[in-house]
Design a protein around this ligand. Sequence first.
Ligand SMILES: Cc1ncc(COP(=O)(O)O)c(C=O)c1O
Length: 390
Amino acid sequence: MIDRLNSYLEEIKENGNYRILRYIKPVSTTKIIYNSRECINLCSNSYLSLHNHPEILKAAKEAIDLYGAGICSSRSVSGSIDLYRELEKEIAEFKGYSEALIFSNGYLANIGIISTLTEKDDVIFSDELNHSSLIHSMRLSRAKKVVYRHRDANSLEEKIKEEKSRKGKFFVVTETIFSMDGDVAHLKEIYELKKKYDLIVIVDDAHGTGVFGEKGTGIEEMFGLQGAFDVQMATFGKALGSYGAFVLSKGTVIEYLINRAKTFMYTTALPPSALGASLKALKLLKNDFTYKNALWENIEYFRKKLNEAGFNLKDSIGPIIPIVVGDDKDAVKMQEELLQRGIFLQAIRPPTVPKGTSRLRLTIVRGLSKEEMDYAAQCIIEAGKKVGLL
Ligand SMILES: Cc1ncc(COP(=O)(O)O)c(C=O)c1O
């Protein structure tokens, strides 16, 4: 096995696709130390910079004092401490759904939902750029999988028509905002198709929650479609600043997942600190839109700089900004160049993104100062010129 793995690793290196872990030490909301050098972190998903908000830290510590460092049991055994109920109620209300169920993370939640709710005669229609957890979950499902073109409702409808003769249920699975491209699914069109073909729609709002919509509840709110779909999955581990994930749906679906979703039933419940932190984050956001508004000021400020410099930011609209370089090695070169100048971000390469679309994926967060953004934009522009992007 070792020889086999070594040969694969050689291949990965030759393709410019090799990954290493970069161990860092966070020193402020937006700065980290890497290799003894202070860098601006331009790849965190803590969009609202809540991960070190003093009130959230206090709530996490209080939860530890009350409930301990870990729960050390699954939800179905002795893991369902009362904080779960409180948080599930709060998140369902925030998102406009009747019920919520907390999973240990988004990957497990997606695997649990899709492998549990779909059956042999069903068909799952999946956007071609869906997240790995959604793709993986479909591999575990016995339903037929059909991939439609990215954000293309016409392609989805064509594929639906091709499967007309099947007798099972039709599911559509899509991210709301795509994690590597920062663009948004055509949810209005998908909603129309849902009504027309009686589809069951599952949306993943991991990167929309806390960021989009007037009240920051997510992409459904932005489209005026809050609670319109059958199942929504989203996470506490991005804009909400902590860890964990939740599934939103009707009571029957939640009840069934509690009884049948293996990735819910057979894993240790989240630690109390994560629950306490998420609960506080929701309470802060419910009454105060300044967090979200400050994030959007930064997003607009930074995007304007990159647009004016001539970067093609594709159809991205929010805090996730893809700079597609194309070649894997050029993407790494640009990343290394930026690291030299104190900008910490990662080159995203296949299999995370399709071949030939290697990129830098920048994320803008609320805590970035104008000076940090000015400096980062300048460095990105200069690095972009070096690899021939500008
Ligand atoms: C779109 C999407 N879905 C699901 C997940 C998984 O969530 P988690 O990190 O909580 O496992 C991610 C996280 O990377 C994601 O980007």
